[in-house]
Design a protein around this ligand. Structure first.
Ligand code: ADP
Length: 275
């Protein structure tokens, strides 16, 4: 249940060099709970990845088989199947990208990065541009409450990935209403928020949605092209820069994801100026 601890016990007789008799026993008790836990997390991840990669592949193979068995003769059917094959390959591609991204941010220590003071406004605008066609397929208003001088000290691509995942989710899980993007400064922090009026998330799922591959509704996420990794990547990025990602949500009303980052220290200010 998570509270039980696991120990490894070694026991060795202590024997003086010139004697056959042992004069005692050396016992070492090692707490290996965390080692085992990490190993299990890794095993789970590998088996999840395998499953996640197999699912689209199985579907692609199935449609190819059906096409070869004759469905290819009917043009309309054939095109429908090809669309599905295309969609599933795209999902496979995204999945591989997300897995690589996740393993990269886990394995590369932060010190190797070229950190910059990145403008949230600039990055958020780029994200909206990329998602523009997806947004306009739905009847969604975008509200923009982004203050100009909000900055985060980070690698620009990572902040972009974070915002991309949050806004993309907001679009995926909202049929109508609006998405509001906010950025503001608060007590030494840079705050970023993405709020939607979508389907919302039930309380029992809220604390699990940041886990890899966890989805509230597998079918729906798949239909939307989701990989189940977006939020774990988002959380990783925020924590990498010393921040925190929080969610509040109500089923049927909408969700709101808030990232808090420590604001970059203003180098023009003397230390005595800041509190
Ligand atoms: P996915 O690729 O499935 O969207 P994520 O890791 O991005 O994976 O999100 C995990 C799950 O959290 C989603 O499958 C969905 O059930 C839920 N979720 C994430 N964002 C939202 C949102 N804005 N509104 C409702 N549900 C959401």
């Amino acid at each position: 249940n998570g509270s039980r601890r696991i120990y490894r016990i070694y026991a060795n007789p202590i024997r003086p060099r010139d004697s056959k008799e042992s004069i005692g026993l050396l016992m070492v008790i090692e707490d290996i709970t965390n080692v085992i836990r990490l190993e299990n997390v890794r095993k789970d991840f590998v088996s999840n990845v395998t499953h996640e990669l197999k699912t689209p592949l199985t579907s692609i193979r199935g449609f190819i088989d059906t096409l070869k068995q004759g469905a290819v003769e009917d043009r309309a059917v054939a095109y429908r199947f090809l669309d599905i094959i295309e969609m599933e390959s795209d999902r496979l591609y995204r999945l591989i990208q997300d897995i690589l991204y996740l393993s990269e941010i886990e394995n590369r220590p932060g010190e190797e990065e070229a950190l910059e003071e990145v403008s949230v406004e600039e990055i958020a605008a780029q994200v909206l541009e990329v998602l523009d066609s997806k947004i306009s397929q739905k009847n969604l208003d975008i509200f923009w409450e982004v203050q100009q001088d909000v900055k985060v000290r980070c690698e620009p691509d990572k902040l972009k990935q974070l915002l991309m995942n949050l806004v993309d989710n907001a679009v995926k899980y909202t049929e109508e209403g609006s998405i509001t993007i906010r950025a503001w400064k608060a007590q030494g922090n840079s705050m970023i928020q993405v709020q939607d009026t979508g389907i919302g998330i039930a309380k029992e799922h809220l604390e699990r949605i940041f886990e890899r591959f966890y989805r509230v509704d597998k079918g729906r996420s798949r239909k939307m092209g989701g990989t189940g990794l977006g939020l774990s990547i988002a959380k990783h990025v925020v924590e990498r820069y010393g921040g925190e990602l929080q969610v509040s949500s109500e089923v049927g009303k909408g969700s709101s994801f808030t990232a808090r980052f420590p604001a970059p220290v203003d180098e023009n200010k003397k230390p005595s100026d800041s509190k």
